[in-house]
Design a protein around this ligand. Structure first.
Ligand SMILES: Cc1cc2nc3c(=O)[nH]c(=O)nc-3n(C[C@H](O)[C@H](O)[C@H](O)COP(=O)(O)OP(=O)(O)OC[C@H]3O[C@@H](n4cnc5c(N)ncnc54)[C@H](O)[C@@H]3O)c2cc1C
Length: 440
């Protein structure tokens, strides 16, 4: 008998947990992802900041799923869904297309960075969603200190030593803390012309507080911790223009201010990837303002019990874009398919999210954690952050490697993963240089 065909679009937390829930089912799963790796997004900023390597936060999907013999991984970009013909159309990375038929479809495509209609900002201010983003941010951060060191003009040097971050959510806060730590702990004693400690970090946020979802108390503590670190908070501001030399913001009182900065990083918003729009058009499903797809309480689409949408790209009860939501919804969708295959007569209960809380790292020994009524900050928050991240990293080796890297950074400030490549210095440019700044 031909096994039931399950197609999963996306190998993030949601897609992976859906595939895992189907491990013992007599189904043939095809997991389509445009990248060959599963990415641990919550630690992207640590890769960008030179603490963790690419390999510590990204693992090949086929390696993660090697024991799931009913799963086939396909490196392709899903472009459309033929709802009538029950098939996903996808583009292979080196050209050519594939059509993958399904009996059940689980869409777990996540969200991507949004520049709120100003896509032209992206060239000057990378976002933080992919491994490529993290490596680009790492390049820009460490390059800025090098450029400041060789600058002959004091104003130019000042601008290279100014870092602007847009977005006061966890990622913006974490990156701001990291840059101040790099300046204060990692790079001290390494430069001869500049004093890295003089690096300014400006954090722009439209709301009147950072980390607003953590509540007033923790948001206040996070703001204090950031200011203690030397981060300059610009709350209630909106970016109106941005280029390679800095950004212009509209202040609360309506005036505009220009801030020169040679490194601008963007962590402000998200939007659904194009496949979400294609699915909505094909099925008539609703989408929220950011393009997330509205689902029924059992995560299916109205009139399409064979299609489920899970993780960040699903819109249900205003659930936040958190790894835990993705894991739980993905696992639920996988189990629902398993129930259907096993022809269980009882309809599965609607999806309910069990809130395990959220955390944001600020600096060495300082983090905020909110889990229901439990609010932690300072060293206790940091220990809780550590425990949560060790528990959720995929695989024993990633855990051990991350713990060792954190111990080194915590004890000495040293970061091992500072290598970056400058564009135009590849093999084609014989006299180019690759800046490899690994610590001895
Ligand atoms: C910088 C950062 C920090 C975060 N920190 C935290 C945190 O501390 N705690 C927390 O709980 N959450 C955190 N999150 C959120 C968390 O990572 C997300 O909620 C989670 O990754 C969502 O999982 P997902 O599977 O829905 O989507 P994703 O993990 O985004 O995975 C989507 C997958 O789909 C693939 N894909 C997309 N479109 C296509 C297509 N057309 N064809 C094929 N493949 C496609 C992508 O390549 C990707 O692999 C953070 C996110 C970021 C970006």
């Amino acid at each position: 008998m031909t096994p039931r065909r399950v197609v999963i679009i996306g190998g993030g937390f949601a897609g992976l947990f859906a595939a895992r829930a189907l491990r013992r089912s007599p189904v043939a799963v095809t997991l389509i992802d445009r990248r060959a790796h599963h990415l641990f997004q919550p630690l992207l900023y640590q890769c960008a900041a030179g603490i963790l390597s690419e390999g510590q936060i990204a693992r090949p999907l086929r390696a993660v799923l090697r024991r799931h013999t009913n799963v086939r991984c396909l490196l392709a970009d899903a472009t459309d869904v033929d709802v009538k013909g029950r098939a996903v159309h996808a583009r292979r990375p080196e050209g050519g297309s594939v059509v993958v038929p399904y009996d059940d479809l689980i869409v777990a495509a996540g969200m991507r960075q949004s520049y709120f209609g100003h896509d032209e900002f992206a060239a000057h201010a990378p976002g933080m969603k992919t491994l490529e983003d993290a490596l680009e941010i790492r390049r820009r951060i460490y390059r800025a200190f090098e450029m400041a060191e060789s600058a002959t003009d004091a104003r130019d040097r000042r601008h290279w030593l100014t870092f602007a971050l847009v977005g006061g959510g966890p990622t913006g806060v974490e990156l701001a803390g990291q840059i101040r730590e790099i300046a204060g702990h990692t790079l001290d004693r390494e430069f001869r012309t500049i004093d890295p400690l003089k690096a300014r970090v400006l954090l722009f946020e439209g709301a009147d507080k950072v980390l607003a979802p953590f509540g007033d108390r923790l948001a206040g503590r996070a703001a204090r911790a950031l200011r203690d670190l030397g981060v300059e908070l610009h709350l209630g501001t909106r970016v109106t223009d941005l280029d390679e030399r800095g950004l212009t913001v509209k202040e609360r009182d309506g005036t505009t201010t220009r801030h020169p900065a040679r490194t601008v990083l963007w962590t402000a918003g998200v939007e659904a990837p194009p496949i979400a729009g294609a699915l909505a058009r094909a099925t008539g499903a609703g989408q929220d303002g950011a393009g997330r797809i509205a689902v029924e309480p059992d995560l299916t689409l109205p009139g399409h019990p064979e299609i489920r949408v899970v993780g960040d790209v699903m819109a249900l009860d205003h659930l936040p874009g958190l790894a835990e939501v993705a894991m739980q919804s993905g696992a639920y969708a996988g189990r629902a398919v398993r129930h259907a295959v096993e022809a269980r007569t009882k309809k599965p209960k609607p999806f309910t999210y069990v809130d395990l809380g959220s955390a944001a790292y600020i600096s060495r020994g300082r983090a905020v954690v909110k889990a229901g009524p439990v609010h932690l900050s300072g060293v206790v928050g940091w220990l809780a952050w550590l425990f949560i991240h060790i528990a959720f990293l995929t695989g024993f080796r990633s855990r051990l490697g991350a713990v060792l890297s954190w111990a080194v950074v915590f004890a000495s400030g040293a970061r091992r993963e500072r290598a970056f490549v400058l564009p135009g210095t590849g093999p084609a440019q014989q006299d180019g240089v690759t800046a490899a700044l690994r610590e001895p």
